[in-house]
Design a protein around this ligand. Structure first.
Ligand SMILES: [Zn+2]
Length: 370
C-alpha cells in the first residue's frame, strides 16, 4: 500500500532502488562539472538557469536558444542533454530523454519562456536515453522527428529486452565478472553489467514510442524557419548511424547529440558506430567558427576546446591500440590493456564495454580491412 502522507512507502522505495540500484551505482560516479570559466564570460550563456531540478537544468545560450543539461548523479529522469529553440512563430524541442517525465520537464521549461506552437520534437538518435521518453510527445500530439532508420533501431534494440528473462540477458555478463582473470578485467566486466542492468530495467519500465516524422539523410541539410530563427538539420557519421545535429549558424550554436561527449570517454558500442567516421565528423566541427558553442549529448556545454579534447581522447585510444595492433596483441587483450592517461583520469567511462573496448575493436577492424 502506498502511504502518500510519507511520500514513497518503504516497499516502493525498495522496489525503486532494486530496479535502478546498479544503474545508479554507475551513474552516481558521473557528476556534472561546473560551467567552464570561458563560458562564464560568454555573453550568450546565461549564468542562472531558468529552472534547475537537480537531474537537469535549463539555461539560455543564445537568442531563443536553450540548453537542457543533465546531471546523471541526481537521477535518471533525463540522463542526456538536449534543449529547445523558440522563434517568433514556432519552437523545436530536442530529445525524448529517458522518461516521459524528462520530456515533460523540458516542455514546461519551454512554456516558461514562450507560448509559440511546437513545430516538432527531434531525437538526435535512437539510443534509449534519448528516446524512451518519446511517449510524452505522442500523448501531446507533437510531431516527433528522427533519422529515417531510428524507429526500426528502437524496435530492434529494445523490444527484445521487454518481458524477457532477466537472467538470460544478464547471466553472460555476470559470468564475465566471476571469470575475470584480473582486478582490471573484473572492474571492466562489472561496469558492463551495471550498464546493461540499467538498460534492462529502463527498457522494461518504458513504453516504446516511435518517431512519426522520419528524416531522410539524403535530403539533408534542411533549414527550418522558426520565425527570426533558422535551424539547420544535418546528419553526420560516428556514434550510432542515426545521428542528427541541429545547428544555428547565425549564432554559432550546435546541438551535437552524442557526436559530442564533453569531458567523457565516447560511447562507441553501436554496430553502426564508426571511429574513422566519427573522427572525420569532429574534424568538421573543429573547422566551424572559433566561437561556436556546443551542446553535447553528455557532459557540460563547451566551446571548441571540447571538440579538441574529444579528438585527443580518440587520438590516445588509437595510439595505444595501434602500438598493440602492430605488436600482434590480440584484440581481446588490447581492449583490456588500454590505460587511461593521467589527463583523462576524471573522464567518466559509462561502461568499459560501451566505450573503450568497442573503440579498440573497431579500430582493429578498420586496420585489418586496409
Ligand atoms: Zn547515444
Amino acid at each position: 500500500m502506498i502511504d502518500v502522507s510519507k511520500g514513497f512507502s518503504r516497499r516502493q522505495f525498495l522496489t525503486h532502488t532494486s530496479c535502478f540500484g546498479a544503474f545508479y551505482a554507475a551513474a552516481q560516479m558521473i557528476p556534472l562539472p561546473a560551467l567552464a570559466a570561458e563560458l562564464a564570460i560568454d555573453s550568450r550563456v546565461s549564468q542562472t538557469p531558468i529552472v534547475d531540478k537537480g537531474f537537469a537544468s535549463v539555461r539560455k545560450i543564445g537568442n531563443g536558444l536553450y540548453a537542457t543539461i543533465s546531471d546523471p548523479s541526481k537521477g535518471n529522469t533525463t540522463l542526456c542533454n538536449g534543449g529547445f529553440l523558440a522563434g517568433k512563430d514556432a519552437a523545436l524541442l530536442i530529445e525524448g530523454y529517458t522518461t516521459p517525465a524528462g520530456a515533460a520537464f523540458q516542455m514546461d521549461a519551454l512554456r516558461m519562456v514562450s507560448q509559440v506552437p511546437v513545430k516538432g520534437a527531434l531525437d538526435t538518435h535512437y539510443h534509449f536515453d534519448h528516446s524512451m521518453g518519446n511517449a510524452f510527445y505522442g500523448v501531446n500530439g507533437i510531431a516527433l522527428w528522427a533519422h529515417a532508420t531510428a524507429s526500426k533501431r528502437i524496435v530492434d534494440s529494445y523490444s527484445p529486452l521487454q518481458g524477457t528473462d532477466k537472467g538470460a540477458v544478464l547471466g553472460p555478463l555476470e559470468k564475465r565478472v566471476k571469470d575475470a582473470k584480473s582486478d582490471g578485467e573484473r572492474t571492466h566486466a562489472q561496469s558492463d553489467l551495471n550498464a546493461v542492468t540499467g538498460l534492462f530495467q529502463i527498457a522494461n519500465a518504458s513504453i516504446l514510442s516511435l518517431p512519426n516524422h522520419p528524416i531522410d539523410p539524403a535530403k539533408l541539410p534542411m533549414s527550418i524557419d522558426l520565425g527570426g530563427l533558422t535551424a539547420v538539420v544535418e546528419s553526420h557519421p560516428g556514434h550510432s548511424g542515426t545521428d542528427i545535429v541541429v545547428r544555428v549558424p547565425e549564432q554559432n550554436v550546435v546541438y551535437a547529440g552524442d557526436l559530442l561527449f564533453s569531458g567523457w570517454y565516447p560511447v562507441c558500442f553501436d554496430e553502426k558506430a564508426t571511429i574513422s567516421g566519427w573522427r572525420d565528423t569532429l574534424k568538421k566541427f573543429a573547422a566551424l567558427d572559433k566561437d561556436t558553442l556546443f551542446v553535447p549529448g553528455h557532459g557540460q556545454i563547451c566551446g571548441q576546446e571540447g571538440i579538441a579534447t574529444l579528438r585527443e581522447v580518440f587520438d590516445d585510444i588509437a595510439a595505444q591500440a595501434e602500438k598493440m595492433y602492430k605488436a600482434g596483441v590480440p584484440v581481446e587483450e588490447a581492449q583490456q590493456r588500454y590505460a587511461v592517461p593521467e589527463k583523462f583520469k576524471n573522464f567518466p567511462v559509462y561502461a568499459w564495454g560501451f566505450t573503450i573496448g568497442p573503440a579498440i575493436a573497431k579500430l582493429y577492424g578498420e586496420w585489418r580491412a586496409n
